[in-house]
Design a binder for this molecule. Structure first.
Ligand SMILES: [Zn+2]
Length: 429
């Protein structure tokens, strides 16, 4: 599809699906010229509004704030946030109903996530919240002269379920997106021919790297790429040389999660600007990030432990925008699962457990580790249940077939150390 037609389709789609998107986007764009104190004032009033709302409409936060004598009406200094106990994914799952606001939103949509920590979660996201997520991403793209609707290549997972894949294909078409489903050399070669004039590429950084290596080996040519965006995994320094050579630009990072929305986006000067229009971020004594989503009224996300270790920078970016910077994000490394004949990216488990939640309505906490090639130990939090186990095996089989043998163990509860670990750990060298 050409970019003009695609931008019309995108705008029409956004008008019906996300009516507040362009207003929020314009508001976010205005923040680019604000001073730091103006940004902080804007953030503070949004934050206070959210806290008051959560206290009024979310039974969970009402009880939580009362238990620590926190009165959001009297909230006057950002440091008072530290009074509120942090939340994590297991709380969002176990207290799910109580966290949801009893407020009648005009438009809400169900969001399902399993994420890198391995626990799957569903919650209702209001239209404004969804639009704010999109507006933050659109603003990041605008720094590179890219529109979301421009022709793009997408290096994501390979969800092979047939009905899901038809839906995915239709959505891809509507978004001018070309998706690489499988990472064999033949597929990569054919895919690169399709996207040689794409404006941007995005997806898992380890996959982008893999494709870049193949592009360089084959001497293929990309002339139009303005932005290569890696998500969900650390961008290792070794990726950059191959990516620059293949696509002409370095890989930049977008940092966020379904629950938190966009947290930071890297600008063309190489710094990760915090999305202060939509999130308030802090770190605890261990430098673990705590995120409050300023648009999360339908399911308040307040001081949420995402599981990443981050450091903030005291510097101001030379690009001119005054929003504060994240210096480093540690964690979320991409490791492969070694089958007897093939390798699988660790995020394959994400799809297995997401499908389990979507198709079988089974939400599980899992951790997996590998010590022997072709064998993986899968730990599930909870008691053995024959029907659950057969559903897990069905979904594992869809991706790994007989190439990987799984040993499923049940633990009554993951230890806190275990919870902090990645969902998949490999001990193979
Ligand atoms: Zn900058």
């Amino acid at each position: 599809m050409n970019n003009f037609l695609s931008s019309i389709i995108y705008k029409l789609g956004a008008k019906s699906r996300n009516p507040s998107l362009f207003n929020i986007y314009r508001e976010f764009k205005k923040s680019e010229t604000l001073s730091l104190s103006e940004l902080e004032d804007k953030r503070f009033s949004k934050l206070k509004g959210l806290l008051i709302f959560a206290y009024k409409y979310s039974p969970y936060y009402k009880e939580l704030f009362d238990s620590v004598a926190f009165n959001p009406e009297q909230f006057s200094d950002i440091s008072e946030m530290q009074k509120i106990p942090a939340t994590d994914k297991s709380i969002l799952i176990s207290q799910n109903e109580h966290i949801h606001s009893n407020f009648n939103f005009k438009k809400v949509r169900k969001a399902i996530t399993s994420g890198t920590s391995g626990e799957s979660l569903s919650f209702m996201r209001s239209e404004e919240w969804d639009s704010a997520n999109r507006a933050g991403v659109m603003r990041g793209y605008s720094w590179y002269g890219v529109r979301v609707s421009d022709k793009n290549g997408y290096f994501w997972g390979f969800n092979i379920d047939q009905s899901a894949s038809r839906k995915v294909r239709w959505l891809d078409w509507a978004q001018n997106r070309y998706r690489l489903f499988q990472y064999t050399n033949k597929e990569i070669r054919e895919f690169c021919k399709k996207i040689d004039n794409a404006s941007y590429l995005s997806g898992y950084s380890s996959m982008i790297y893999k494709v870049a290596r193949e592009v360089n080996r084959l001497g293929l040519n990309f002339k139009n790429v303005k932005m290569v965006k890696g998500t969900s995994e650390m961008i290792l320094p070794k990726y950059q040389d191959e990516v620059r050579q293949a696509f002409g630009v370095k890989m930049i990072s977008e940092y966020g999660a379904a629950e938190t929305g966009l947290i930071a986006f890297e600008c063309p000067h190489g710094n990760q600007h915090i999305n202060t229009d939509a999130v308030f971020v802090e770190t605890d004594e261990n430098n673990e990030i705590l995120v409050t989503n300023l648009f999360s009224h339908s399911f308040p996300i307040i001081r949420y432990r995402l599981g990443d270790i981050v450091t903030f920078s005291e510097e101001t970016c030379t690009c001119g925008m005054k929003s504060p910077l994240i210096k480093d994000i540690v964690g979320r490394k991409g490791t492969n699962v070694m089958g007897n004949s093939q390798e699988y990216p660790s995020f394959t488990f994400y799809y297995v457990f997401k499908n389990l939640a979507l198709e079988d309505d089974i939400n599980l906490n899992y951790k997996a580790y590998q010590k022997v090639k072709g064998q993986v130990v899968m730990q599930i939090e909870g008691k053995f249940d024959a029907s659950v186990e057969s559903a897990i095996n069905k979904h594992l089989n869809q991706y790994f077939g007989s190439d990987v043998a799984f040993d499923i163990e049940y633990l009554s509860e993951f230890s806190s150390e275990r919870k902090k670990q990645q969902s998949f750990v490999s001990y193979l060298s």
